[in-house]
Design a protein around this ligand. Structure first.
Ligand SMILES: [Zn+2]
Length: 263
């Protein structure tokens, strides 16, 4: 099964979408770097302000994506993304539009959750029984702190979700082919079979999606789909912090529960 299909929005951006989630009433998208107006290292659909891009270009890129997906900007909620493991349930949009100190959000409401990525693993977790959606930003620090397990716990504790009912979708991220790390990073990881291989000279190739999938399985999540796409292997389509030496744009994972947000 193909986890994502590509969709060129009428406003220009090229995004990845999930038919399996759409079929279940969830409007989930992951932007590529194509179809925006940003230039230089941010070419072209950079979604984040903090990376050094021109603010007016980021505004235009965001407008194209939200308009193209039929999403009301007044309903969008982000999280601060501090590479921690805090996951917060939100039912109302905070005034500033984002939640401080969080790397994951959970909702049952008519909000659109958004998070930004350039190599870290985007994870959507959906409970079709209780109608709960989570969006998680899992870099190596968040993965070491088992942030996806925290998200499942918040879904259980706040909304009564059963992990066995839940399905998880993992988007494009850096993968074992491209992610060489020091032993210190491996020591921080939960013990996972085939989560990494030795690269020699005391270094390793880390498979972040595989580690997150193992943590999700451990948490009892029923269905896990990984798209298998590597951001660092394909910098013509994706931004990669690692492959582009730290100066690059960000892609956005965007998810809305219910069909109201679908175009
Ligand atoms: Zn790769």
């Amino acid at each position: 099964m193909k986890v994502f299909y590509t969709d060129r929005l009428s406003t220009g951006p090229l995004v990845l979408r999930s038919r399996e989630l759409e079929r279940r009433g969830v409007n989930a998208a992951f932007t590529t770097r194509l179809g925006g107006v940003s230039e230089g290292p941010y070419r072209s659909l950079n979604m984040a302000f903090h990376v050094g891009d021109r603010p007016e270009d980021v505004h235009e890129n965001r407008r194209r994506v939200l308009d193209g997906l039929g999403i009301d900007p007044e309903r969008v909620v982000g999280c601060e993304q501090v590479h921690g493991s805090t996951v917060v349930a939100v039912e109302e949009r905070p005034e500033k539009g984002w939640v401080s100190g969080a790397d994951g959000l959970v909702t049952t409401g008519p909000l659109t959750l958004v998070a930004f990525f350039a190599d870290c693993v985007p994870v959507f977790i959906f409970d079709p029984v209780r109608g709960v959606i989570a969006l998680v930003h899992a870099g190596w620090r968040g993965t070491a702190k088992r942030i996806v397990a925290r998200a499942v716990k918040v879904m259980e504790a706040t909304y009564g979700s059963r992990p066995g009912d839940c399905l998880a979708v993992m988007g494009p991220s850096i993968r074992r082919c491209c992610y060489e790390v020091e032993a210190e990073v491996i020591r921080a990881m939960p013990e996972v079979e085939s989560g990494w291989v030795a690269a020699g000279r005391g270094r390793y190739y880390l498979d972040l999606p595989a580690v997150n999938a193992a943590i999700l399985r451990d948490s009892g999540v029923g269905d896990i789909w990984d798209c298998g796409l590597c951001t660092a292997c394909d910098t013509s389509t994706f931004y990669s912090y690692r492959a582009e030496g730290g100066v690059t744009g960000r892609m956005a994972a965007i998810v809305t529960l219910g069909r109201s947000g679908a175009s």
